[in-house]
Design a protein around this ligand. Structure first.
Ligand code: AMP
Length: 208
């Protein structure tokens, strides 16, 4: 795996974060989650965070220039053998990445919109360890992973924001499928399967 570079694509709530965490651990590679990085910047109150927050709360994509700056500096530290979750999301981002380094595998999680809307209402994130889980009732708020965290709904998981995020995905991210297919690096995985089954399919692809 040493020099393989893996990109996970997929609409909001398709399970990218969960799969990315497991895959990065399994392959012992660093993982870049641009959404997570941006949420950290917001928490720190940095200039990038302040700019990004306006876009993110409304469910809109953060401008390419802001994202590319972050990714370029991450790649300078992690040039080869990595996993990316949530980047690239637009053609200009994919083309900019291609100029720096070649991704080895692009894996897109495929989940229909109705299923995503259902998942988003149940999705919670831990305020302490950041893990994402699905809850069965609104009273469930203790993190199952760590002792300290509270489970909360992400601001951009409100249904209105989800709609914008999904539309952005269709308009700006779906064109990446053809782009990467033309480069011969594209794979689609049925994301409606159980997380274990999805993970097994992903492993089949990256361990070929
Ligand atoms: P995520 O945690 O991957 O769902 O990302 C949360 C939000 O961060 C997205 O809805 C976007 O507003 C923003 N974001 C994350 N990655 C990118 C990216 N590559 N390009 C543009 N916006 C991004």
């Amino acid at each position: 795996m040493k020099d393989k570079n893996v990109i996970l694509l997929g609409p909001p709530a398709s399970g990218k974060g969960t799969q990315a965490r497991q895959l990065a651990e399994h392959l012992s590679v660093p993982c870049l989650g641009t959404g997570k990085l941006l949420r950290n910047e917001i928490e720190k109150g940095s200039a990038v965070g302040l700019e990004a927050k306006e876009y993110m709360d409304g469910g809109r994509y953060v401008p390419d220039e802001v994202i590319l700056k972050m990714v370029e500096s991450w790649l300078a530290e992690n040039p080869n053998g990595w996993l990316m979750d949530g980047f690239p999301r637009t053609l200009p981002q994919a083309e900019a990445l291609q100029k720096i380094v070649q991704p080895t595998y692009i894996i897109a999680l495929d989940v229909p919109r109705e299923e995503l809307e259902f998942r988003i209402t149940k999705r919670r994130e831990c305020t302490s360890c950041g893990i994402t889980v699905a809850v069965n009732s609104i009273d469930e708020n203790a993190c199952p992973e760590c002792e300290f965290g509270l489970l909360i709904s992400r601001a951009d998981d409100a249904l209105d924001s989800f709609k914008v995020r999904y539309e952005n995905y269709e308009e700006l991210t779906l064109p990446l499928f053809d782009y990467y297919a033309s480069l011969g690096t594209f794979n689609k995985v049925d994301g409606t399967q159980s997380p274990k089954e999805v993970f097994a399919e992903i492993l089949n692809i990256v361990e070929k």
